[in-house]
Design a protein around this ligand. Structure first.
Ligand code: GDP
Length: 365
C-alpha cells in the first residue's frame, strides 16, 4: 500500500484551490439578483420541511453582522428551538494533517449510510487570516458532499472566537430543526476553539497520529483531557505497529488524568481514514459512549450545563461589545492606559473611571 505521503515528492500540507467561477457568457451584462429576506415564519416553515436551500439562507443570516439580518435570524432560532436537541453532536479535532477532512468524509458517509442525516459544521476563527475558511470546505469532503443527506457548512469566516462559536451553536439549532440527527463540529486542535466546541457537543473526538514522541503533536494536555475518545489515524501499511504502540501510550497517559464528570473512561482506538479500515471501531466507541451517558443521566445534565454556559457567554459577549462600542471609550482607554503606564494612576482607579464613564453614557441613552 503506497500512500501519497510516502512519495519522495510529497510536500506536506496543501491547500485545495476553491472552485473557480466559469467565465460569464456575456461579460457586459451584470445581473444582480438580490434575494429578498423572507419573513421568519417563511424560513421556519422551510427549515422544518427540511428545505436545504432555506436552511442555508437562514444560516447566512445568522452569520451576517447586519442588524436587520440578526433580528430575523434570532426570531428564526427562537422558533426552531422547540424542534431542536434531537441529535448526537460530535466534536472532531486534531492538528492540521491529522486527517480530519479525510476522516469526516468517511465517518460522515458511514453515518449517512446508517440512515442518518448529517450536518458538518466548523469552528475556525483563524479563517479571517487565511482569507476564507479552511475547514468544512466541500472540496475536501468529496464523497460526503455528494450525499443528499449531508449538509456541509464552512466555518463563519470572520469574528471573534466567541462570536464564531455562538454562530455555530445557533446553526446547530437550525440543522436539528431541519431533521439533521447527527452533527459534526470540526476544529483545528491547536488553540482555544476546542473549549468552545467542547461546550456545544456531546462527544469530543481527538484524532491523533502515531509516534512523534512526547510532545503529542502539539496537542495540549487540556485538549487531551477534554477528549471522550482518541482515534489514532493512519493505522495502515507499515505504520500499523507504531499506531498500536501509540494507542497503548495514550491509554497509559489517560489513566493519569482525573476521572471525567461523566464517569466514562475515554477510549483509544486505531483506524485508517484513507483506506477506510476500522471505521466501525471508531463508531462503536461513540455509540457505547452515548448508551453510557444516556443511561447515567449525564447526557441530559451536560446539555443543561451547556445551555446555561451559552446564556452567560452571550451576555458577556454582548456586554463587552456594547462597552467597546460606546462612543469615546476607546479614546478614554488610551488616555488611561498611558496614565497607568506612567504610574500616574492605579490600574483599579483607571478601570473604575472608565466604567463610570460607560455607566453614565448608557444612563443618558
Ligand atoms: P486535516 O488537515 O486534519 O484535515 O488532514 P487531511 O484529511 O487533509 O489529511 C492530511 C494528509 O493525510 C492527506 O495527505 C491525507 O491523504 C493523509 N491521510 C489522511 N488519512 C490517512 C490515513 O488514514 N492513512 C494515511 N496513510 N494517510 C492519511
Amino acid at each position: 500500500m503506497q500512500h501519497p505521503e510516502n512519495d519522495a515528492k510529497y510536500t506536506g500540507l496543501k491547500v485545495n484551490a476553491g472552485v473557480t467561477s466559469s467565465p460569464s457568457v456575456n461579460p457586459y451584462r451584470k445581473v444582480v439578483r438580490k434575494k429578498r429576506i423572507l419573513t421568519p415564519g417563511e424560513y421556519v416553515e422551510g427549515i422544518l420541511k427540511g428545505d436545504v436551500s432555506l436552511l442555508g439562507r437562514a444560516v447566512t443570516l445568522i452569520e451576517s453582522t447586519a442588524d436587520e439580518h440578526q433580528a430575523v435570524a434570532q426570531e428564526v432560532i427562537e422558533k426552531c428551538l422547540p424542534y431542536s436537541g434531537n441529535s448526537r453532536r460530535i466534536g472532531i479535532t486534531g492538528v492540521p494533517g491529522a486527517g480530519k477532512s479525510t476522516s469526516i468524509d468517511v465517518f460522515g458517509t458511514h453515518v449517512v449510510k446508517q440512515g442518518h442525516k448529517l450536518a458538518v459544521l466548523a469552528i475556525d476563527p483563524s479563517s479571517e487570516r487565511t482569507n476564507g475558511s479552511i475547514l468544512g470546505d466541500k472540496t475536501r469532503m468529496e464523497k460526503l458532499s455528494l450525499e443528499k443527506d449531508a449538509f456541509i457548512r464552512p466555518s463563519p469566516s470572520s469574528g471573534s472566537l466567541g462570536g464564531v462559536a455562538r454562530k455555530t451553536r445557533e446553526t446547530i439549532v437550525l440543522c436539528e430543526a431541519a431533521g439533521y440527527d447527527r452533527i459534526f463540529v470540526e476544529t483545528v486542535g491547536v488553540g482555544q476553539s476546542e473549549t468552545a466546541v467542547h461546550s456545544m457537543v456531546d462527544f469530543f473526538l481527538l484524532i491523533q497520529l502515531a509516534g512523534t514522541g512526547d510532545e503529542l503533536q502539539g496537542i495540549k494536555r487540556g485538549i487531551m483531557e477534554m477528549a471522550d475518545g482518541i482515534a489514532i489515524n493512519k493505522c495502515d501499511g507499515d505504520n500499523i505497529q507504531r499506531c498500536q504502540i501509540a494507542a497503548q501510550q495514550f491509554r497509559t497517559a489517560l489513566m493519569l488524568f482525573p476521572p471525567t464528570p461523566s464517569k466514562w473512561v475515554p477510549e483509544v482506538v486505531t483506524y485508517s481514514g484513507y483506506y477506510e479500515i476500522d471505521i466501525d471501531k471508531v463508531w462503536d466507541m461513540i455509540d457505547r459512549y452515548f448508551d453510557y451517558v444516556t443511561a447515567n443521566g449525564y447526557f441530559e445534565r451536560k446539555r443543561n450545563e451547556q445551555a446555561r454556559y451559552w446564556m452567560t457567554e452571550t451576555i458577556e459577549e454582548q456586554l463587552r461589545a456594547r462597552f467597546y462600542h460606546t462612543p469615546g471609550i476607546r479614546e478614554l482607554l488610551e488616555q488611561k492606559e498611558l496614565r497607568v503606564l506612567n504610574n500616574e494612576q492605579s490600574s483599579f482607579i483607571a478601570a473604575n473611571d472608565v466604567l463610570d464613564y460607560y455607566f453614565k453614557s448608557i444612563k443618558s441613552l
